[in-house]
Write a protein that binds this ligand. Structure first.
Ligand code: SAM
Length: 254
């Protein structure tokens, strides 16, 4: 409980600086690497009921709404949701935002969303299994759950001040701090994440009747490569992975 509170506080403390970073176009990993790939995979959302899980200050939530989806955004950080609501009051896109932990979506009845998205956040959730089971509950049969996470096979994490590459410790589940200390951030902050294996995520999906359809390892856009030549490294080594799954209430092979 205390750990959850601490993680939530980290995001509350980060919210303002995070919002400025994202809204001022400084999150180029999002704009030129991850978003083009994930939105292509998501495809047409016009008229669909979409839940954006762990929506943060709502940047991608607003993209979904601009594409014609009827969107609900939830996040456990009150500060993030305040910022998102503030933007909604300005833009009037019809997005509903709620402060909610991803592992308890009881405000929503079962089978009510066509699509649940979760952009670069599942790795930040301590109780990711419960979150995935809630996603499955609120999805309609044949509804999709599309999420992105840092690629667990290629990430380098810092544990007790020591940098460890996934090659050394891939199979260990470990909580680790992320120091957001890039110059382009107005104020630096720290959050916590969990390194898990792909098997961990796939098992949780399978147990909750979510069958994996496709996965994508995003490549930088041409524009991204021009503006940020260092993105070349992601032509050989993906930074993130996007997984698309579908809820199927048919019995799965055991
Ligand atoms: C890296 S940010 C991504 C935010 C947003 N998805 C985006 O793409 O801008 C991670 C978000 O996950 C949220 N988060 C982490 N754990 C959560 C939980 N258990 N329930 C709900 N939100 C959570 C944080 O508050 C934060 O807004």
């Amino acid at each position: 409980m205390r750990e959850m509170r601490d993680i939530k506080k980290e995001w509350d403390d980060a919210a303002e600086s995070w919002a400025k970073f994202v809204r001022k176009g400084k999150d180029y990993h999002r704009d030129e690497l991850n978003n083009p790939a994930i939105f292509e995979l998501i495809g047409d959302v016009k008229g669909k009921q979409v839940l954006d899980l762990a929506c943060g200050e709502g940047y991608n939530t607003r993209i979904l709404a601009a594409k014609g989806a009827k969107v609900t955004g939830v996040d456990f950080s009150e500060k993030m949701i305040d910022l998102a609501k503030h933007e909604e009051a300005r833009m009037n896109q019809g997005i509903n935002y709620y402060v909610m932990d991803a592992s308890n979506l009881e405000k929503f009845s079962g089978n009510c969303f066509d699509l649940v998205t979760c952009f670069m956040s599942l790795q930040d959730m301590k109780n990711y299994r419960k979150a995935i089971s809630e996603v499955s509950r609120v999805l309609r049969n044949q509804g999709r759950f599309v999420f992105s996470i840092p690629h667990p096979c290629f990430e380098t994490i810092t544990v007790n001040g020591k940098k460890i590459s996934a090659r050394e410790k891939y199979c260990n589940t470990v909580k680790y701090p992320i120091e957001w200390n890039m110059e382009r951030l107005e104020r630096h902050f720290k959050t916590s994440s969990f390194h898990r294996t792909l098997t961990d995520y796939f098992e949780a999906l399978f147990k909750n009747k979510l069958s994996v359809l496709r996965l994508v390892e995003p490549k930088p856009t041409r524009r991204g490569l021009q503006i940020h030549p260092s993105f070349r490294r992601h032509l050989n080594r993906p930074e993130s992975i996007v997984i698309e799954s579908v809820k199927s209430i048919e019995a799965l092979p055991t």
